[in-house]
Design a protein around this ligand. Structure first.
Ligand code: GLY
Length: 308
């Protein structure tokens, strides 16, 4: 059997990232942030660590970076708070965990992982998820920790309307973060985290916490983390669709991603993208929007970072 080259890919959201408004300073800030966040997971793979640890570590770093809409820097809800969603999946055993509508959780991806490992459930929500977090010593932060001025300004513009805004399409603050990885043992993993949509209400839930839609990993096929307009991604069952096209139709990762992102989603009107790695270490980063904050690297190889 050929030696496996571990690899990792991350995203910081996809959407209308206008080149004209992306100043060189902002471009540098995003590039630096992507570099730091992929480095965190890459180091684990380089030292022989697992794919599940690599994606957890990179997504935690992305959540801690206020430029991105997840963890610190999550968008404002209609009532002025922050409600976050996250999920994680281990392709080696198809174990998965997710949380939705959680408040004050510093790193929702850590809570999703704890759900996967310790709860016996797959998806916990709101008060119950927070109760579970307390029992498991997950870090909490006050509401102000998650506030950022840009998110506040975005919310001010639409807070008195019925309108909900996908953060990906507001100026330069893009939504949802994620990571996928293949480790030296041939195991795949995927993780995704988000603050969702600005001004969201009624406990609106997007694709991110739903296993098979925003996140999926299976050692037989691929690992996927999505970013985009959640309602369309849910209706398209995006992540599992890519895996199914590989498993049942024999498509390559590249063919499956192309069909789902640039054909099926586009026909439905769903804007966004995904990051994907297959069991052979092929990497795909497709998007049908103007841009997607993204980075990838194979162990020992060159690091790729791009926005448009
Ligand atoms: N893709 C994130 C969301 O729609 O909530």
């Amino acid at each position: 059997m050929d030696k496996i080259t571990p690899c990792i890919a991350i995203h910081g959201g996809a959407g209308t990232i206008e080149k004209s408004t992306l100043t060189p300073e902002l471009h540098d800030m995003y590039t630096h942030a992507l570099n730091q966040c992929i480095q965190a997971g890459y180091r684990i793979l380089q030292q022989g660590g697992s794919a599940i640890d690599a994606v957890t570590t990179s997504v935690t770093a992305l959540e801690n970076e206020p430029l991105f809409n997840a963890g610190k820097g999550a968008v404002f809800t209609h009532s002025g708070g922050h409600e976050m969603d996250a999920s994680i999946m281990d392709g080696s055993n198809l174990m998965a965990g997710g949380v939705t509508c959680v408040r004050n959780i510093k790193n929702p991806i850590m809570l999703a992982r704890t759900v996967m490992e310790k709860s016996g459930f797959v998806l916990l929500s709101s008060d119950g998820a927070e109760e579970f977090a307390k029992l498991n010593n997950i870090a909490f932060e006050p509401n102000e920790y998650f506030d950022t001025d840009t998110r506040y300004q975005q919310w001010q513009k639409i807070k008195d309307s019925e309108f909900m805004q996908l953060d990906h399409n507001v100026n330069l603050k893009k939504g949802t973060v994620g990571a996928v990885a293949l480790d030296q043992y041939g195991n795949l993993a995927a993780a995704t985290s988000t603050g969702g949509m600005t001004n969201k209400r009624y406990n609106r839930i997007g694709d991110t916490p739903i296993v098979g839609i925003g996140t999926y990993a299976n050692n037989n096929t691929c690992a996927i983390s999505c970013t985009g307009h959640g309602e369309y991604f849910i209706r398209s069952v995006v992540a599992y669709d890519v895996s199914c096209l590989m498993e049942y139709k024999g498509l390559s990762l590249q063919e499956a991603c192309e069909l789902v992102v640039n054909d099926k989603l586009v026909k439905l009107g769903g804007e966004g993208g995904l990051i994907a790695i297959d069991h052979l270490g092929n990497i795909e980063l497709p998007f049908n929007s103007e841009g997607m904050y993204r980075a990838s690297q194979k162990v020992g190889g060159e690091r790729f970072i791009a926005i448009h």
